[in-house]
Design a binder for this molecule. Sequence first.
Ligand SMILES: Nc1nc2c(ncn2[C@@H]2O[C@H](COP(=O)(O)OP(=O)(O)OP(=O)(O)O)[C@@H](O)[C@H]2O)c(=O)[nH]1
Ligand SMILES: [Mg+2]
Length: 309
Amino acid sequence: MSFTDRAQIHVQAGRGGNGCLSFRREAHSPKGGPDGGNGGRGGDVVLVADEQMIDLTQFRHAVHHKATVGGDGEGRNKHGRNGGDLEVSVPPGTRVFRDDEEIAVLGAVGDRVSVARGGGGGVGNRAFRSSTQRAPRITVPGEDGEGTWLVLEMRLPVDVAIVGMPNSGKTSLLNAVTGASATVAPYPHTTKEPALGPLDDGFGEPHLVADLPGLAADGSERNGAALGQLERAKVILHCVDASDPWDADERIALVRAGIAPYAPERAREVIVATKCDLEDPPDGVDFATSAETGEGIPELREALIEWIA
Ligand SMILES: Nc1nc2c(ncn2[C@@H]2O[C@H](COP(=O)(O)OP(=O)(O)OP(=O)(O)O)[C@@H](O)[C@H]2O)c(=O)[nH]1
Ligand SMILES: [Mg+2]
């Protein structure tokens, strides 16, 4: 399973229609009064949380989103049509940022937020008629619609998050626990974006397990968006490579510090030694596992299902 949890889009609301300059021209009244109608309002761009949307993948290609312009006013005092609002479906859990500032969260199915306002309609010359101005030649053009770049970010309903140093066996553990087939390789930073697998408890919907490759080898952050997916985690699986000669307590402390800004306080942290077929696990770990031999995996799965049920 792969997914896109971040996208940049441009939204453009519709321009308002122009006001019309027109005078009545009829056979029996050659000098008729002003009858230019007003322009219609431009359409807004509205984001709507839609349960059919799983992630933000479709915005890789659909970058520009434009609402309809308002119709121009016409003679005989006809007003222009209002432009239709453009509804853009986003997955529930989408956050919306403009200039790095969060402007909206669409948490639940059906939530809607207008992100670009359509321009007001212009004014036709009929509106300027008065006792002193019998034949006004004044009109007001429609206003521009708002246009802006937005960043969308999505928080997945991740129940179990796997963290740890680069190359510590996170993806192998994800694959072993969930049967996913994410890429594993013998060097750091193989996984650039979160990888997902389902954990099926035998009842209802499977729970999501995510491998969150967010840290550099010194424990500093290298992918904040990936670590952001920790937000909804109930359990954090903290991988410690048993075959790594570097002191395990030091590595654990670095990873903890690296994820601290993102890890929810209520989440349960579980220390999982990986690669235990190569070396004995460090002291004090909660689980000793090997993705190679399957050691410790059934026990870990069972415990996970119990914790997140
Ligand atoms: N012997 C043995 N090797 C393992 C085990 N788990 C992972 N490895 C190896 O360790 C290397 C790294 O494993 P990954 O699962 O890619 O580790 P990762 O933490 O996802 O790595 P990055 O995504 O690059 O940060 C690979 O060569 C794996 O084959 C294990 O249980 N036993
Ligand atoms: Mg990986």
